[in-house]
Design a binder for this molecule. Sequence first.
Ligand code: NAG
Ligand code: NAG
Ligand code: NAG
Ligand code: NAG
Ligand code: NAG
Length: 358
Amino acid sequence: MFPAGPPSHSLLRLPLLQLLLLVVQAVGRGLGRASPAGGPLEDVVIERYHIPRACPREVQMGDFVRYHYNGTFEDGKKFDSSYSRNHTYNTYIGQGYIIPGMDQGLQGACMGERRRITIPPHLAYGENGTGDKIPGSAVLIFNVHVIDFHNPADVVEIRTLSRPSETCNETTKLGDFVRYHYNCSLLDGTQLFTSHDYGAPQEATLGANKVIEGLDTGLQGMCVGERRQLIVPPHLAHGESGARGVPGSAVLLFEVELVSREDGLPTGYLFVWHKDPPANLFEDMDLNKDGEVPPEEFSTFIKAQVSEGKGRLMPGQDPEKTIGDMFQNQDRNQDGKITVDELKLKSDEDEERVHEEL
Ligand SMILES: *[C@@H]1O[C@H](CO)[C@@H](O)[C@H](O)[C@H]1NC(C)=O
Ligand SMILES: *[C@@H]1O[C@H](CO)[C@@H](O)[C@H](O)[C@H]1NC(C)=O
Ligand SMILES: *[C@@H]1O[C@H](CO)[C@@H](O)[C@H](O)[C@H]1NC(C)=O
Ligand SMILES: *[C@@H]1O[C@H](CO)[C@@H](O)[C@H](O)[C@H]1NC(C)=O
Ligand SMILES: *[C@@H]1O[C@H](CO)[C@@H](O)[C@H](O)[C@H]1NC(C)=O
């Protein structure tokens, strides 16, 4: 955890007096980063001065970390800061993208942690330094604030916060039409979006590519009334480039509450019958038996099917609009009425199309 100084087994081999001197030296220097002989710093020194109480995981090799930092020399002079760019520094850890001292120094950090990483020159820019900012043989001190991190292999983390007390027989699945409330924030607590701003819950058909992949996954298998916390890595959210109000590569924290669930319809369908459609469909629809079905008759017929539980309309859309769309689809010559030749079930249409293509 603290790769400072020599490993403890070598300390044990030192004569006691020397060991005491070493401790005194270290204390005298305040930072505890003396090397055994009191000479130049040999290893990266990490001081974890703020560790969040909850730390479910720590940065490890291969993680992608977003952090802010202030970089100073030993005399306190600042040479660089991520804050000056208004942007976190984003990088993979342990893959040589950053100086070796930072690769080491960020490992084991918690989300939200603040640590000071002191890096000897040989693990930074060496005896020659770099550019006009870092002179040769410079010890670098980074004050780092870890905003978030993830691994490209991460999946959505789902935690149920509460469930309604009565057993729920049906949980959400692909194709369902759902209504839900959500709060979305960054892992440092910055609030991004909330459905409560809109007065009404958010609506989505699961698996229809309407919401980010991580949310789509996180909303599946839920009971109505259940509340969940979801941690969504950027590759299942807004990716490297982010979105309006969402920084690139950001991990998102959602709190969601499922408000309602309805079975969806197969793709492309506006209405389905629960059992077989009526044998004499056109005759049933043509209420006044004049051989044609105007919009009013069509609408009355479809609404009757729904209220008698014989069929259902696509959820999530105004029924009047759906019925209007259905009428348009059937009124093939667009003369404002459906005739017996025009009326076709979509399942028959689909079959025909298949035959046409063969
Ligand atoms: C950073 O943000 C501050 C305040 O919003 C602004 O004044 C400053 O110009 C920004 N700096 C850069 C480099 O974008
Ligand atoms: C430092 O600079 C000297 C002179 O330019 C060069 O010979 C040497 O290879 C450099 N050392 C490193 C570690 O780059
Ligand atoms: C960096 O310095 C700024 C300004 O002094 C300060 O607000 C910020 O907290 C510092 N960040 C870290 C990680 O120490
Ligand atoms: C769930 O199923 C049980 C047993 O089939 C039934 O008694 C109960 O009413 C159902 N609950 C709901 C909310 O549908
Ligand atoms: C969102 O946050 C508000 C305010 O803290 C809270 O009242 C609401 O229950 C939260 N909604 C969800 C879905 O967690």
